[in-house]
Write a protein that binds this ligand. Sequence first.
Ligand code: PMP
Length: 447
Amino acid sequence: MKQSEIQMQEFAARTQKSKAALENGKKYIPLGVTSNFRYYPPHPVFVERAEGGRFWDLDGHEYLDHNLCFGVLIGGHSNPVVLEAVSQQFEKGTMYGMPYELEQKMAAELVSRFPIDRVRFANSGTEATMHAIRVARGFTGRDKIIKMEGCYHGVHDSVLVSFKPPIEKAGDPKMPTRVKSSLGVPDGTADNTIPCTFNDLEALDNCFRANREQVAAVILEPIMFNIGVAMPEAGYLQAVHDQCRKNGALFIVDEVKTGVKLAHGGACEYFGLKPDLICLAKAIGGGFPLAAFGGRLEVMDVLEKGLVFHAGTYNSNTVGIAAGYAMLTKVLTKDVYPRLSKLNQMLIDGYNDILKKNGLKGYAIGAGCNGTVQFAEREVKNYRDWLHVDEEMWKVWWYGLLNRGILAQAYAWDEQWTICVAHTENDMEMHLDRVRELVPLLQKAQG
Ligand code: PMP
């Protein structure tokens, strides 16, 4: 039996209540979960409660939580500062569907952190990228967008293309073949999405050349956080922006995962970027649904003039805004970032030390409060590289840690861990100790 199967069996045996809960849920909910990303075999852990940097499952086990709702909860579960702000807002109304002053303060906070002049709110990362793309199309009068193969930007039709295409269908990396990522995405929409290869300026040039004066925007994640962690090569992001300018296209940076996490001013600050549009979600809501898209004045003017339509009943709902504003102004202040990076570096260095000393394939990599282990021979720089990650080793690591009280990251080798303000140096040490216990199993797994 494979090492990963042994770990999964152990996991199944210790989480019997989660197993029963999934069976029950399947009577009402397809696959028993309400987002495809929440399912993994043999059954996902069901949460009983969560607090700070930890959660407890139905069988009573405690876990150090590095998933933190797919990286949302940099402030930890139920951050008391956020709860206080939300309970005060509860007294004043949970939804208005009318303008109010706190949304302006939140907008001003985002404008002060990011190189944008105007911002509008939405409720999810999906909405943020959907609206930003529509703004770009409206502004340029063009329909096509270039997106990076392997990048995830949510579940609307324009971006559910070449998310994780099967390699046999993906074609030449210098000009990838478009592959729809779901049934139900119309050909007419998918045809306007051009897949490209991350960290490859020649591929980008090819995409632009083949679609002259038709590209409205390039959208990308500045660090590819949906193939683990793939850093942009030095100068790559600026060069993409320059290419966009040259071709009359806008540069959209999807900061759903990086915004207010990688740094106080997200990836724009970290890499010194000034894109035309940015997309925000996850951490900006402090644990409640909130998203935003913003850009320079001239671009966002299409909204001011009513040329591009944007609306939504739940946009800037008072609870999300109150939570997000408290999170940004009282929790995620400038001094927090060095502390989180230090903890993250402790984990990264610890992992690299363990891997090296024990002859294990792979490396740990990260930035800001996020990181992961890529069980690969060489550095993952794009989606095609990521396909070489050793799934067996990853599963031994992930289920092995789960069986030892650590949720290392959300399920699958395309995710990464998050460090939150409630985590401590002791937590990092405990995490690394548990990894040391797994070394013999990982050695067997790599054969
Ligand atoms: N963009 C990126 C980079 C993401 O990682 C995600 C979600 N993981 C989204 C967009 C979509 O966000 P949501 O799930 O809130 O729709």
